[in-house]
Ligand binder design. Structure first.
Ligand code: ATP
Ligand code: MP5
Length: 270
């Protein structure tokens, strides 16, 4: 049988299907990866916000991870919502046991403003998880939280990407400009150079789960064997099209459209 690219997400859930594990699996599927999922927290949420969170017991998180590593290949994995420091420690102990690219989406606060991670977990994220990453994908507030420095300009974004690699030991850092005005520009520092990924800003309120979809698409392209800059370039195209064709569903910030995104990018990579 042909080599099957295998991608894993370790994240929280979104029953309304726009973010978290659900968005990740849709992305893996559209980008022709075999998708696997380990759940950290069950989240009652929809396009309008988070209603409740139920963290899975630590021992159960460990068993889910073990179920993967004792049986399945993983070529690339991502983490999304990992709310508690003890969960981070479990994941940090497990990742070195497998040989896979690791993309961290350092999910802290949902677009709705609801917190998705405990304050005290930030130090473990910085000290234990960041040094294990192939890539971390903070938005501007998350990059500020990691570096402890305000980001106001595009120069600040590039400096934050460099600092996250040089001072915090990430393999590479992609600082995303979804939260700034003007074009949707992201900066990648891979330890050697800065790459720029830019698209027009699409006028829509339907951007629920864009960060999840973007990091899952990068993970999928890495699992498929793309180099890091090429994986980010293709994933940026995918997320831009997912936003352009986003669904006007729900009463809040609607979800992005994974299958339209795949149709738009497909003739380039299939
Ligand atoms: N309105 C938009 N038009 C085009 N691209 C966008 C828009 N909003 C965000 N993006 C892009 O989507 C990607 C995700 O960025 P963003 O900064 O929104 O991440 P995030 O805040 O982690 O996402 P989330 O909203 O899921 O928390 C980035 O490439 C960003 O530039
Ligand atoms: C389980 C989970 N993970 C991540 C997000 C962030 O997505 P957004 O910022 O678009 O709400 C979310 N809402 N839920």
């Amino acid at each position: 049988m042909k080599h099957v690219p295998c991608a894993l997400t370790i994240a929280g859930t979104d029953p309304s299907g726009g973010a978290g594990i659900q968005a990740d699996l849709k992305t893996f599927q559209e980008l022709k990866c075999y998708g696997m999922a380990v759940i950290t927290s069950a989240v009652a949420q929809n396009t309008t916000g988070v209603k409740d969170v139920h963290h899975l017991p630590l021992g159960f998180l460990e068993k889910q991870l073990q179920s993967i590593s004792e049986d399945m290949p993983v070529h690339a994995l991502k983490t999304g919502m990992v709310a508690q420091k003890d969960m981070m420690n479990v994941i940090a102990d497990w990742i070195p046991k497998i040989d896979a690219y690791y993309v961290m989406d350092p999910v802290m606060i949902a677009q709705s403003g609801d917190s998705l991670s405990e304050e005290e977990s930030r130090e473990v994220l910085r000290n234990q998880l960041l040094p294990l990453t192939s890539l971390v994908t903070p938005n501007i507030p998350e990059a500020e939280e990691i570096t402890g420095k305000r980001i106001k300009t595009e120069k600040d974004m590039k400096e934050a990407a460099e600092a996250i690699v040089k001072n915090f030991g990430a393999g590479a850092a992609l600082v995303k400009g979804g939260h700034k005005k003007g074009t949707a520009v992201d900066y990648l520092f891979d330890g050697n150079e800065i790459y720029t990924f830019e698209s027009e800003r699409i006028q829509t309120k339907n951007t629920h789960g864009t960060g999840c979809t973007y990091s899952a698409a990068i993970t999928a392209y890495l699992a498929r064997g793309y180099s890091l800059p090429e994986a980010v370039k293709q994933a940026k195209h995918f997320v831009t099209e997912a936003i352009r064709h986003s669904f006007d569903l729900g009463h809040g910030s609607g979800p992005t459209n994974h299958f339209a995104a795949r149709e738009e990018v497909s003739n380039k990579w299939m």
